[in-house]
Write a protein that binds this ligand. Structure first.
Ligand SMILES: Nc1ncnc2c1ncn2[C@@H]1O[C@H](COP(=O)(O)OP(=O)(O)OP(=O)(O)O)[C@@H](O)[C@H]1O
Ligand SMILES: [Mg+2]
Length: 331
């Protein structure tokens, strides 16, 4: 009789390496880089103070989600799962979810001791990540739940655009703006992570290049470095340009030396063929103008205004797509 040996079959599939952004997500609030004010408030809450409703806002990759997740773990320890409800944009968060799921969770009463008798905060925490994608009706429903359940529940809303949160909610929260991370701090953090991963960064020049492309967004810098390392087995200047979608300096210079319309046409044809982003080129041109030592401030302004308009038009198009998506969600 033949035995079925399926259970013995070993697969040769290697587990893909964990993304560095998750592997090095701050475990405690002391690991959060910059953002001193909010870290200070969270530290006070951890040492026994009460937690206000919180609204974290600011650009991507600056530590908003990491800060509240680290604080929650420190506040609740091994009962975090029971005490924290985390919803993000991938979950359904229309008015029905606020009425049912959030309200039901908020109404549960909790004690100030853990099952093993140790003390813990006498409240639960609802984290609504990417709250700016919630419909206004859902936000309005949330406002009433926040009011009624304050005794037993704290809310932390997280978003990029605070203007998309309705005033009755913003006025009930302590607001914290997360700033783009300071360049030196990003470099320090990247260096620590590269060291921990055993990745060679030479004299560190490459880290400066990674930071140049990330605009204070540590997630973007980390993702670019890891992509480069995985694709090429090392981190190089060219590799970073490739994975970040930057327009190579040679091409930017080519654009700047265009002399007439037919040269411009040829440039654009080649540019599109290579599939570079026109918006990225505008971004890089703006930086060149800002940093141009030979220009006066007035000249910089004259050159920057059309670039600014193009950027506004580009962003407006993105925002109108988001707004119409939200409207569809609201109906
Ligand atoms: N201030 C910070 N201190 C330490 N690590 C950070 C910080 N900001 C970002 N990171 C790193 O970047 C990753 C993404 O950060 P996080 O998810 O907290 O950003 P976010 O502000 O919530 O961004 P988004 O607005 O896109 O949701 C983290 O896992 C961490 O590795
Ligand atoms: Mg986040």
């Amino acid at each position: 009789m033949r035995h079925c040996n399926l259970h013995c079959v070993t697969t040769t599939k290697k587990k893909p390496p964990a993304p560095w952004v998750e592997k090095y997500r701050p475990k405690t609030i002391d690991d959060i880089v910059d953002q001193g004010e909010v870290v200070q408030v969270l530290r006070e809450c951890l040492s026994g103070g009460d937690l206000p409703h919180l609204l974290f806002y600011g650009p991507p990759g600056t530590g908003k989600t990491s800060a509240i997740l680290a604080a929650a773990r420190q506040l609740f320890g091994d009962i975090t799962r029971d005490r924290v409800l985390e919803l993000n944009a991938s979950d359904e968060r229309g008015i029905q979810v606020v009425r049912d799921k959030v309200k039901a969770f908020a109404q549960l009463t909790v004690s100030s001791t853990r099952p093993d008798g140790r003390p813990c905060p006498p409240y639960k925490l609802v984290i609504l990540d990417e709250a700016d994608s919630m419909t206004n009706a859902a936000q309005a429903a949330l406002r009433r739940t926040m009011e009624r359940e304050t005794r037993t529940t704290r809310f932390c809303l997280i978003c990029n655009y605070v203007s998309r949160i309705i005033p009755p909610i913003t006025s009930r929260c302590s607001k914290f703006r997360f700033k783009p991370l300071a360049r030196d701090n990003v470099i320090k953090r990247l260096r620590e992570i590269c060291e921990a991963e055993g990745v060679d960064v030479g004299n560190g020049e490459i880290l400066h290049q990674a930071v140049d492309t990330c605009e204070g967004d540590l997630r973007r810098a980390l993702t670019a470095l890891q992509c480069c390392q995985r694709l090429l087995g090392k981190i190089t200047a060219e590799g970073l340009i490739e994975v970040t979608g930057l327009v190579p300096e040679k091409l930017v210079n080519e654009y700047l030396s265009v002399k007439n319309y037919s040269e411009l046409e040829r440039f654009i044809e080649n540019f599109l063929k290579e599939a570079y982003s026109a918006f990225q080129l505008l971004d890089q041109l703006a930086m060149i103008v800002v940093n141009a030592g030979q220009l006066t401030n007035k000249q910089k302004c004259t050159l920057a205004v059309p670039l600014l308009w193009l950027t506004i038009i580009h962003n407006d198009q993105n925002i109108s797509v988001e707004v119409s998506d939200n409207e569809v969600g609201a109906h």
